[in-house]
Ligand binder design. Structure first.
Ligand code: MG
Length: 455
């Protein structure tokens, strides 16, 4: 795919991502969908209104009526699309910096479009094959205010409200000025929690912190947890489809650890879970302990969704799936990453025991990463040939779905070219740092030798 990556089309607004581009995508989508009404929604970015106007105009021009939801979390827009059986265009750049925006497309079944469906729309954009409605058949738009309210009601009905309420939890919440500001404070309050917030006003400049909920961006939240003596901290990204956590001592919780804790609670013997090829050993160990299968996909949420759909169509139970960045699916609830829902599922566990205890089994893992730069394509080819040779001769289970992943039982190594930089990355993870470093170095030296042989 040229226009759509594994999480939609993204770019800096005015430089790559323009209203004209969004207009063309909307015209193509409206042409392919052949629906009488579609949905347009956005996060809180400053360029969101401009780009939703372009999307609305494009849909109307091919004769499609539009429900304009305004700012709302991506999972809320997806819910609205599914419940009303309308496809949707969501204008969001998720966790990217404020100058970015993007386009995500959702089907009338309330599921992000598959790669195959995106390719059809992409071909219409590239060939400029658009429908045109006559002057008296263009679409009309209407504003819909109910989406955020209905989203919160749905969430409240879907989680164990009584158990969370009874635990009298104090929640420190950092929605990062994104779309979660509009729904998560109310949601966690209505779950019976005392909620204290930071960065909780909708503001597309993201003045308080960068949008990505990683440790270095969450210092205000960790301070707030300590100051308010909270039981847990919860942070979202800009479109609130991710949730990451801080423990009751104010320590950041690695996303791999919270995913492992949630998976240990959700999985039963015989279940299957789906994760990307850079999945942590923590989830591998949980699956081994439970007796569940682990299916790996290429990196990117679209790939996970495609695989989850295939597995459930085959009758497999997939109660949880996701990545270590806080983007987690509970497919039996909805096939979307939902930061508020993930937050509440975590609170169900926190109602039983403190966060630090909950994640304790998953804290003792070490990650090592080695980057190997290259200047010319032949150097990349040589390194990938070497990676293939190394992988085939290694005493480990090999997965080549996205790079070379070697599972050693107690540890793993992944060799994968970066998607954005001229580098090949070698990742390793084990319970022991020496073990992780040794495995990473073994793979990296095979690649370095191949480079040396070129000269
Ligand atoms: Mg996101």
């Amino acid at each position: 795919m040229k226009l759509f990556g594994s999480s939609g089309a993204r770019g800096v607004v005015g430089d790559g991502l323009t209203p004209e581009f969004v207009l063309r995508i909307a015209k193509a989508a409206g042409t392919v969908w052949e629906t009488d009404r579609a949905v347009v929604a956005r996060d809180t970015r400053t360029t969101g209104e401009m780009l939703t106007n372009a999307a609305t105009s494009g849909l109307e021009s091919v004769g499609t009526d539009v429900d304009r939801l305004g700012p709302t979390p991506t999972p809320s827009a997806v819910r609205y699309a599914g419940e009303n059986e309308r496809p949707a265009i969501v204008i969001t750049a998720s966790h990217n910096p404020p100058e970015y925006n993007g386009v995500k497309l959702v089907g009338a079944d309330g599921i992000e479009l598959s790669v195959a469906d995106l390719e059809v729309i992409e071909s219409h954009v590239l060939d400029e094959r658009f429908g045109t409605a006559a002057w008296d058949e263009v679409g009309e738009s209407r504003r819909v205010d109910a989406a955020n309210r209905e989203y919160v009601s749905d969430l409240l009905a879907a989680v164990d409200r009584e158990a969370i309420d009874a635990a009298d939890l104090t929640v420190a919440l950092d929605p990062g000025h994104g779309a979660g500001t509009l729904t998560s404070p109310e949601f966690f309050r209505r779950l019976g929690c005392d909620v204290v917030t930071v960065n909780a006003n909708a503001d597309g400049h993201f003045p308080g912190r960068d949008s990505e909920p990683v440790e270095e961006n969450l210092r205000d939240l960790t301070s707030l947890v300590r100051a308010a003596d909270a039981d847990v901290g919860i942070a979202h990204d800009g479109d609130a489809d991710r949730a990451v956590f801080v423990d009751e001592r104010g320590e950041f919780v690695a996303g791999e650890a919270s995913l492992a804790a949630l998976a240990a609670a959700a999985l039963e013997p015989g279940d299957t879970t789906v994760a990307a090829v850079n999945v942590s050993q923590r989830l591998v160990d949980v699956c081994e302990d439970v007796g569940a299968d682990l299916e790996l996909t290429p990196i990117g949420a679209t790939n996970l969704i495609t695989r989850i759909r295939e597995l459930t169509a085959d009758g497999e139970r997939v109660p949880i799936a996701g990545e270590g960045n806080g983007g987690i699916f509970f497919p039996e609830y909805r096939l979307v990453r939902d930061g508020a829902y993930v937050g509440a599922k975590f609170l169900e566990l926190v109602a039983e025991r403190p966060v630090s205890e909950l994640i304790e089994p998953y804290t003792d893992y070490e990650n090592v990463r080695v980057n190997l730069s290259y200047d010319e394509e032949r150097e990349l080819d040589a390194m990938l040939d070497a990676a293939a040779g190394f992988a085939e001769s290694a005493d480990a289970e090999l997965n080549t779905i996205d790079g070379y992943r070697l599972d050693y039982g107690d540890a793993w190594v992944l060799v994968r070219p970066s998607g954005t930089e001229p580098k090949v990355r070698v990742y390793a993870e084990a319970r022991d740092e020496d073990r992780a470093a040794e495995l990473a170095e073994r793979a990296a030296s095979a690649l370095r030798n191949a480079l040396a042989d070129l000269d």
